[in-house]
Every structure is written in C-alpha cells, then in structure tokens.
Design a protein around this ligand. Structure first.
Ligand SMILES: *Cc1c(COP(=O)(O)O)cnc(C)c1O
Length: 396
C-alpha cells in the first residue's frame, strides 16, 4: 500500500512523532510520550492546548450554529470587533481565517485609501529584509524573500524592499508614491528580531511627514506575545493606521483580523473585499474567549514576568556555551537563541529530549511557548536546551 503521507504536497517535512493529544504546554504522542511545547504551533496556542474555556465555547457554539457567511449578521463578531477597537488604535475590523488574508486586507486597504483620495499612483509598499507576511502571491511579493518568490512568475509591481535597519535607504526610498510602510514590530520568521522601540516611533513620524500609512504585521508578535497586548504598545506614539493579526488571536482556531482606523477602514465599501468564512460563529466564539483572557493587565504582567525568567535562563546558556551561542534576540515570549551555525541539529537534539522548538532566519533557535507557561516549564526547557547544546558538535 502507498504511504498516505506521500499523498500530501511535499512542502513540509515533519518528523515522525505523531501527537494525539495536548494539555496546556504539553503534547502527547500516541504511545503516551510527553513533550514540552515551546513553539505552540508557531506562536498560535497562546493559551496552551485544549484550554477548558475555549473548548467549552467551541462545543457550545458547535451545537447552535456553525456558519451563515457574512450575508448575515454575526453578533459575537460585532461584539469582538468592538472590544478590539476599544483596546487598540482601531475603529474598524475585518475578520479573516489566517494571517495571510489579514495581510492581503491590509495591503488592499492601504492602496484603496490613497486611490479614494484621488492619489491613484500612490500604491508603493515599502517592506524590509527578513520580513515574512505569508504565502499568497500578494504576501510573498510584500515579503520579498527571493526563495519564496522563485518560480512563481514575475514579481508584482508596487513593492520596495529595503535592508532592515538602513535608515538612509528608507529616507531615500519614501516618496509621494509611497502608500505605506509595512513592518513586523518583531520579525518572526526573519530571525526573531525586534525593531527598536524608537524605530517604530520614527517610522510613524516618517509616514506622517510623507502622507504614507503605517501598517504593522502583528500576526506573530501580537496578542500578548511580547508581554503587551500588541508589540507596538511598547513604543510611544507609534500606533499604526492598519494592523494585521492572526495566530495567537485564535489560539488554535483559524482566525485572523485586519484592524484599521476610521479614515482607512471606511474606504472599504460593499464589494471592496470579502471572505466566506471570515468571522464565522465558531471562530468568534473561540476568539472572544482568547481576547477576554489575554487582553487583561494581570495576564500580560505575568507574561512579562515569565519572560524575564526565560531570558535569564537563556542568558546563562549563552554564558556557558560561548563557543556555540551568539546571543539572545526577540521580546517577551517570542525569543531566539542566536547560534553560531544553522539551528536544525539543536532543534532535533531538543526534540529527542522531548522539547519542541522552532527555527528562524539563518541561525536562530526560536522559542514561542504558550503564554501560560510556568517557571517550572521554563526551567525544564532551559535544562533540555543546555543538554542539547552540550551534545551539539557544531560544524565549523
Ligand atoms: C505566520 C505569519 C503570517 C501568515 O499567517 P498564516 O496564518 O500562515 O497565513 C504573516 N505574517 C507573519 C508575521 C507571520 O508570522
């Protein structure tokens, strides 16, 4: 018999372990082996696996109504949008099923905004090296990673890619054709790189000077991940005009959103955009629980506290493995251990010791645990990474 696994499009190459069940920060295989999950479905399971309140909300909604499409009102979505607006810069929300779709909505809204003001040639979007905005044609063109663009036809016009941190290039590139600057406050895939807070404030000022919009991709770094509700909340006076979110906002249910100010959101009129599933009752039921839990000062303070414990632990690893570790990057509970060679062997050595981690950029071991981890979980993870680093015969 053919192996069913080979019937999947081979865009992923997962390890052999199969997880059957989850609970909090733990995953269990079919044979009952327990793993500590410090990647959380790539920063998705913000409240851990099988959170009781999320399960209850999903079950309850599943017995009432699954889907009507946006032809009809979804009151839970209206209420969730109102809460999101109350707690953020935003006045309008569009619900999606994924981060990529939230990004598409953000790009379309930015361009439509200028078009609606009669500025039809102002469609240029500026992004930065190491950016990741998703895998649709629009998103790979925004991201500009040549590996993701190769083979998929000519690059789309209207995207300018600059070196991360090159202020002179940015000043030279921004013009009256610039629709928006588009940036992740903390780059995820690109290597867990946090943009300095002053840079976010600087981008806001630069956009204002040139009549350009500021778009944040907080798909990975948002929703409590950095210890503030959104990563840009760390920076003073750096609110965006548009923000894409996903991953953590659904906590494991496919759900994202594009948040906008009134001035930008109101250009999206009937017919401008849409989604069959976006904001459906199941997503709204789960998303409301996630929002109510994380958009809470005490919850976020605890994320910041655990984050300092984790960063201290990682710093001690950097001190004890100076030949293998270059430093720590990231923010809150989106943290990278920058290694002196490609991180896959360390990731594998961790997995063999029952700790799940991710990788990012060229040389970063990425940690994005559920936001509900305990000090004990952190100590266990640090111990395993320590052992994995010990066992690593770094190729030079
Ligand atoms: C994961 C991610 C996306 C894409 O989200 P999907 O849900 O996979 O479509 C976009 N931007 C950033 C920063 C991400 O981390």
């Amino acid at each position: 018999m053919i192996e069913a696994r080979q019937k999947l499009m081979p865009v992923y190459s997962p390890p052999d372990e199969v997880f059957e069940r989850g609970e909090g920060a733990r995953l269990f295989t079919e044979s009952g082996a327990s793993y500590l999950d410090f990647i959380a479905g790539i920063a998705v399971n913000a409240l851990g696996h099988v959170h009781p309140a999320m399960v209850a909300a999903l079950k309850d909604q599943a017995e009432k109504l699954w889907h009507t499409s946006n032809m009809f009102r979804v009151p839970a979505g209206e209420q969730l949008a109102a809460k999101m607006c109350e707690a953020t810069f935003a006045d309008r929300v569009f619900f999606t099923n994924s981060g990529t779709e939230a990004v598409e909505c953000a790009i379309k809204t930015a361009r439509k905004y200028h078009w609606a003001r009669g500025d039809k040639d102002r469609y240029e979007i500026i992004t930065f090296s190491g950016a990741f905005h998703g895998r649709s044609l629009g998103a790979i063109n925004a991201g500009g990673n040549p590996n993701y663009l190769e083979g998929f036809g000519p690059p789309l016009p209207g995207f300018t890619h600059l070196e991360f941190g090159d202020h002179d290039a940015l000043r030279a590139a921004i013009s009256d054709k610039t629709a928006a600057i588009f940036v992740e406050p903390v780059q995820g895939e690109g290597g867990v790189r946090a943009l300095p807070e002053a840079c976010l404030t600087g981008l806001r000022t630069l956009c204002d000077e040139h009549g350009a919009l500021l778009i944040y991709d907080e798909v990975q770094c948002g929703m409590g991940r950095t210890g503030r509700l959104f990563a840009h909340d760390w920076a003073p006076d750096a609110a965006p005009d548009i923000m894409a979110v996903a991953k953590g906002v659904g906590g494991g249910f496919p759900f994202g959103a594009c948040l906008t100010t009134e001035a930008t959101g109101q250009v999206m009129q009937p017919g401008s955009h849409g989604s069959t599933y976006g904001g459906n009752p199941l997503a709204m039921a789960v998303g409301s629980v996630v929002w109510d839990t994380i958009a809470n000062d005490a919850f976020l303070a605890e994320v910041r506290r655990v984050s300092t414990v984790m960063v201290q632990g990682l710093k001690s690893l950097a001190d004890s493995h100076p030949d293998k570790v270059e430093g720590i990057t990231g923010k809150g509970l989106l943290v990278g251990l920058r290694l002196k060679a490609a991180p896959k062997p360390v990731q594998q050595a961790c997995r063999e010791r029952r700790l799940l981690t991710g990788v990012a950029g060229q040389n970063v071991l990425r940690l994005a645990p559920p936001l509900i981890i305990t000090d004990e979980d952190v100590r266990e993870a640090i111990g395993i990474i320590d052992a994995a680093l010990d066992s690593w015969e770094i190729a030079t």
